[in-house]
Design a protein. Sequence first.
Length: 399
Amino acid sequence: MPFDRRGFFGRMFTGGAALQAAAPSTARAPFFTPELSKLAPRIVDGVKEFELTAEVVTTEIAAGRTLTAWGYNGSVPGPTLEVNEGDRVRILFRNKLPEPTAVHWHGFEVPYTQDGSVGLGQDPTLPGETHVYEFTLNQNNSCFYHSHFPMQEMMGAIGFFLIHPKNPTGPRVDRDFGLIIQEWDLRPNNAVPNALAMEFNWLTFNGKAGPDCTPMIVREGERVRIRMLNLGMDHHPIHLHGFQFAMTGTEGGRLPETMWYPQNTILVGVAQIREIEFVAGRVGDWMLHCHLPHHMMNNMIPMVGPTSHGADHWPKDDPERKKVPGYPQDMWMPDDDPYSHKPENYGLRKGWSAAMGGMMTMVRVVTPEMYAKIEELRKNPPPRKAPAKGHEHHAGGSR
Ligand SMILES: [Cu+2]
């Protein structure tokens, strides 16, 4: 398929800046899923063999807010699997959950007996049992794995599974990120989500709610791809500040450039993957977030106020203000400290955390100097600080 690198898209995205990303290169950008580890295979007679275990996982989705959900290999969502087109893959799947389960390989072109469609292609894997999946992957696209029991899906049982192309097409990206979109209904003093809910008060990218999402760090001028995967009860319109991007791929694979068009908000429907690309042409700390208003906050409660918050943040329990129809609506409660130990947050403006609640992360487009500083901190990160007193609501611990 012919790709014109000097086409209008290149010009639109770069605004005349050097098209560094389109320079020929054979090296592939590493795929990076912030917060989530990669599951390393062992090679057995030329087959990539993975061990995947479904189990109960307790994690922290924001400072002080615990989630006990169902994931894989100690992680919720599960670890990222990454293979190449043409690979033979074997998965030794162990069920450590207290009920039957099965893993569906979502988007895979494999024999139906290996597809994980429980009932049709296989029996459920009972608690304590191991089931072996094996297939050859003659395809290239962003896939995922998940339990094929719907309530288990809502308990978090999902992970990324990327199949890299043998022969990549189109402009090469410098940065390649993956985000898994999930939503949780967590009631007060309860870490176990209500999997039947239709309304959600905690919204996560890769198992973290803002401001606990680790920013994606890129250098000025780099070509960035973000692959967003959604599995929940809502479709999420994801908006990027500061740039126009193009949808360059779906869960079915990369799209030809003739199908790209500019946008800055993209609807990621349930069970879909949407891949966006842009050239990060301008330095800045740019939000990437779901634009559903209720998904831009943590621990959304039926009424925000009146509350008994201290004098240093909003809303204020003030009879005069309460005469104004509608007051109070929004909160403003910066608490940067519990997140200041992350190297990726270095140098953010004071008070940044107040605006970063909910399904909200950042693309930080940085100078070479800032990039070097963050790299240095990654080798030697500062200690973690506790949330400020009275700020437990940030994490929802007190409600
Ligand atoms: Cu949303």
